[in-house]
Design a binder for this molecule. Sequence first.
Ligand code: MN
Length: 547
Amino acid sequence: MRRIKIFDTTLRDGEQAAGGALTLEEKIDIAQQLERLGVDCIEAGFPATSPGDFRAVETVCELVKNAQVAALSDAKLANIETTGAALKKAVAPRLHTVLSTSDIHLNYQLRITRQQCLEMAVAAVKLGRSLIGEVEFSAMDAARSDWDFLCRVFEATIGAGATVINIPDTLGYMQPHEFAEMVKYVMDNVPNIDKAAVSVHCHNDLGMATALSLAAVNVGAEWVECTVNGVGERAGNAALEEIVMALTTRPDHFKCTTGIKTDQIWRTSRMVSSYMGFPVQPNKAVVGSNAFSHASGLHQDGMLKERSTYEIMTPESIGRSDSRLVISKHSGRNAFRDRLVKLGYRLDEDEFMRAFRAFKDIADRKKEVTDGDIEAVVADQVLTVEEHYKIESLQVMCGEPALPTATVRVISPDGESRQDAAIGDGPVDAVCKAIDRIVGIPNKLSDFNVSSVSSGIDALGEVSIRVESEEGTFIGRGISTYIVVASGRAYLNALNKVVAARKERETGGDKLNTGKQGAASNDTRAEKDEKRAATPKKVAKRQPVMA
Ligand code: MN
């Protein structure tokens, strides 16, 4: 059995998704969960794009002990220096540098010749190797590159010290058999290929990302780059859970194993979905809510007689169970603590008490508290940003016909309690408008999503709200058995993130850079901001730079 290595890029390519925005605390939490999941390498960010990304990579490097930590850089030498600095504290760092090799990109985007491309790639890898022992070179848009030129670039970069070469289908353009041929061609035609590991990185524009990655595994690729839930640029990346479960379910075909603890998949998926504010479609392979639901009578009949008739993998194998909590509102701290430990949480005393109080609050209103409820409570209580503003009380009146009206009382950072009321297009709109009147942070609400954490009429509702502000895009989350209350909490949670970001900027978050030149060049920062769908005001300010 070959061991396939999983390179997770949820925190880099995944976070690049339109509207994907994670706070430092959320990135740390996801990185630690990825470590528990057992991925071989965590790509933590693109440090040269912004001081925030730099600090995120640095922090992940300090905390992660059992996986490699990678950081991405383009081939600009100053940015490679910055990336090397960000990776300094990692137990097992990997510097990942990328340069396009397709004629389309060379001619129209980079405006350089193939020879220049070759020289830049070699210089980038050489510098990278002088800083970090493990260097990965990615040939961006490899899939649309000339195969022989691609081989020459790989040969030269391996010669310059690359320890991993990555063959990406950056645009999800290929068909599986074609991609397999290409990977095989590279493996057969790069003379020094034995000195580097082969990695693939596929996108899902035509729904092929998993198929492409597995086709490459079949012809010998050792590393697969992927993201949890397949999040990422445009249609996303290859989904980690699909690749891992394909390899796990069909060892007879692939003859491969991975180091993934599959029973952590469900929890990781929930966490990434919730933090990024991207719901998982119900019919999504492996992690969709319906992925293990049998609706047809014929199928149900088979399932009752023998599960293997209609089940190729079990929900338990990905850590999904509908187990009900044996503790209720009458239960004490120890029972709750016990359950948390079983679910894999290690909270400090303060976090524990906050989670416990929230649990009691929910148990009061809900007969059965599920593991899913507990996970939502912990995410809500433990990972929220500092509550600069806090909802003290919230009242809504609505009906048909009636003017939806909300009265909200909010505790401000100065401890003062203020209240206001507003009417809106609906109850949630009214709540947000009332909060706006008190808090006064200009923003645009760009996405609103409600999902239920568990089933039943008394289910806990989880609301995620995406707001765009001058400071960037932020996702707020709130849970409650009352949707309107959850919405108010989610909205204020997002605004608290805006306040935190503003504070960090004012207190000189930029100082956190290691002082390397080019660490936060205006260009790359502007590009990153652009991706974050900044407010019109910001775009206008930035236009001259982009031109
Ligand atoms: Mn990508």
